[in-house]
Design a protein around this ligand. Structure first.
Ligand code: URA
Length: 207
């Protein structure tokens, strides 16, 4: 690993070990050079993530699509516009949150990510979470939710529940992917309920 400032705390480090310090620019540069899987062959560029590195809310999607691959930014297509509106509905702007994906490269033809691709990218996302340390995570869509939470539960059963990710545990809420909501606008009612849960958790006082 070529991130010199990255120190992951291990059992051997003891209680006084330094807290991990990760340089986001170095992590982004490492991602940009990544050749861990074949997705690097067809990408225009990697899509690292965007937003406020001190955000309370981290949104995690699936993988870049064609527009994201072209522009290097997550959720910039039609689904992204709907995501922006969903955020606005609970009083948040795109700039206030952080947005990332399970995969940093576009799968050709927007196919589902393979388990190997997800495994190869997982440490990048874990380190992004360590940098941001959000108060909560919103996983949008089945692929994001199942891979983040290591479950095969259908998304309809995951939404409305509270899960956790990582150590220390960060609360995770699951909702439908905005691309799915564009195809199935009737489900927006359920997504709205999920967003209200997000708002409630974010606004909970820190004790
Ligand atoms: N869908 C996703 O899950 N992520 C993106 O960045 C764009 C579309």
């Amino acid at each position: 690993m070529d991130i010199d400032v990255w120190v992951r705390r291990s059992v051997d480090d003891g209680p006084d070990a330094p807290t991990p310090v990760i340089d986001p620019a170095k992590l982004a540069a490492e991602v940009a050079r990544c050749t861990r899987c074949d997705l690097h062959r067809e990408r225009t560029q990697t899509v690292f993530g965007i937003g406020n590195l001190s955000a309370d809310l981290l949104i995690i999607g699936e993988a870049p699509g064609a527009e994201e691959d072209r522009l290097g930014e997550p959720f910039v297509g039609r689904a992204g516009k709907l995501l922006n509106s969903m955020l606005r509905a609970i009083g948040l702007t795109r700039e206030q949150v952080y947005i990332a994906n399970i995969l940093k490269c576009r799968p050709p033809g927007n196919r589902d990510p393979s388990p190997e691709e997800v495994a190869n990218c997982a440490s990048y996302l874990a380190r992004q979470v360590d940098i941001i340390r959000p108060r909560m995570i919103l996983a949008v869509g089945r692929i994001a939710a199942q891979n983040l939470l290591h479950r095969t539960t259908p998304i309809g059963k995951m939404r409305g529940q509270r899960y956790t990710y990582g150590d220390p545990e960060i609360p995770v809420i699951v909702t439908y992917h905005p691309a799915y909501l564009l195809r199935s606008p009737r489900e927006k009612r359920k997504a709205w309920a999920d967003l209200l849960l997000v708002k409630e958790l974010i606004e909970e006082p820190i004790l």
